[in-house]
Design a protein around this ligand. Structure first.
Ligand SMILES: *Cc1c(COP(=O)(O)O)cnc(C)c1O
Length: 373
């Protein structure tokens, strides 16, 4: 049996008619760039995240970039984040002219280690971006406490954590602002590119609103130098339809994760993801850790099971960031995880037969022993 890594076709098939109706409405109203369909989605997403404001944008990368711009982050500033993330987190910092400063991750949650945060703060630090990697929220209480002590805003990179919770609070609603991506493969995905920023701060939300629309206060009157970063009307309409299925999808992902864990737990050469006591994990990615990862990945691929690696190179070791001069060994946990992570198929429509196939194949390979942390 072939097992895909992700099956968007299976996700969209039951929604086909509803999506087409939504798209038809946008075409009939000719409301393509921002506009009423985006506003309706923003209202729904605000209710889902339990924040005051949501601003629809062109991508998650823009959500991060505009959030930092709205905070006034610029040249000479530093923004703290983690090396275990998708490139966009660091890019957004660099695109403001600021410098990314990294803090290593915690070995169990794969998110920012709060114990290492304070020592990374300098007089130039302007913001902190914890990343809710794979669908699990970073340990926000100690991060927020340190941020308050230094008067620093926290921007949550919630691009992989739609619907994840921290002590009952929704991802994106804990810090000063939360950034989401609706890239098609995310837990909530558009039919193209889209993103959103959520916040409780009115003036910050108004600033983002101007920045995404060329700094316009009213038509052709520009108070700021902004950008074109509006969400498409069609994406807003489609996301409204798909938002209704997000919770069901997250529940299914959690059930699949439990199946994987029950079957794989006790395999001494493999570490399954752990849900922190404070967290509701939404398993955007189901990454196990193994030694001899590439070998196992080849075997699974040969057996028709599609896997992924998120991510093979930590950001501080990317060629693009060579100028930072961060040697191997700078962030040992992130570096080690990058060599051991293997993402198994994970999506709501995954069947129990498919999970069994993956488990059987993984179990049939004996790997070098792993030191469990
Ligand atoms: C997907 C993602 C982004 C970027 O979102 P886009 O919509 O692709 O621009 C940023 N950060 C993380 C952690 C992501 O997974």
């Amino acid at each position: 049996m072939r097992v895909p890594f992700l099956d968007l076709r299976a996700q969209h098939d039951p929604l086909h008619e509803e999506i087409l109706t939504a798209v038809r409405e946008v075409i009939e109203a000719s409301a393509f760039a921002g506009g009423p369909f985006v506003e309706k989605f923003e209202k729904d997403f605000v209710a889902y995240c339990r924040t005051n404001f949501a601003l629809g944008l062109g991508s998650g990368t823009e959500a991060l970039w505009l959030s930092l711009l709205a905070l006034g982050v610029g040249s000479g500033d530093e923004v703290i984040t983690v090396p275990s993330t998708f490139m966009a987190t660091a890019e957004a910092i660099s695109f403001c002219g600021a410098k990314p400063v990294f803090v290593d991750i915690d070995e169990r949650t794969y998110t920012m280690d709060p114990d290492l945060l304070e020592q990374a703060i300098t007089p130039w630090t302007k913001a902190i971006i914890p990343v809710h990697l794979f669908g699990q929220i970073a340990d926000m209480d100690p991060i927020m406490e340190i941020a308050h002590k230094y008067g620093l805003p926290v921007i949550e990179d919630a691009c992989q954590a739609h619907g994840a919770e921290y002590k009952g609070k929704k991802a994106g609603s804990i810090g000063y602002a939360g950034c989401f991506s609706f890239y098609p493969g995310k837990n909530l995905g558009a039919l193209g590119e889209a993103g959103v920023v959520v916040t409780n701060d009115r003036s910050f939300s108004e600033k983002i609103q101007r920045l995404r629309d060329h700094g316009q206060e009213k038509k052709y009157h520009h108070s700021d130098i902004g950008w074109n970063a509006r969400m498409d009307g069609i994406q807003g309409a489609v996301l409204r339809v798909k938002l209704k299925t997000l919770e069901r999808g997250n529940v299914a992902r959690r059930a699949h994760a439990r199946c994987y864990e029950e079957s794989l737990d006790g395999k001494a050469d493999l570490i399954t993801p752990r849900e922190a006591a404070y967290a509701r994990h939404v398993y955007h990615i189901y990454a196990v850790r193994v030694q001899g990862r590439d070998q196992l990945m080849r075997a699974l691929t040969d057996a028709g099971i599609a896997c992924g690696i998120h991510y093979p190179v930590p950001i501080h070791r990317q060629k693009a960031y060579r100028h930072l001069g961060l040697e191997l060994g700078s962030f040992p946990i992130a570096e080690r995880c990058a060599e051991e992570f293997l993402s198994l198929p994970m999506f709501p429509e995954l069947s129990s037969e498919q999970i069994e196939t993956v488990v059987r194949e993984v179990k049939s390979h004996s790997l070098p022993a792993l030191a469990v942390c």
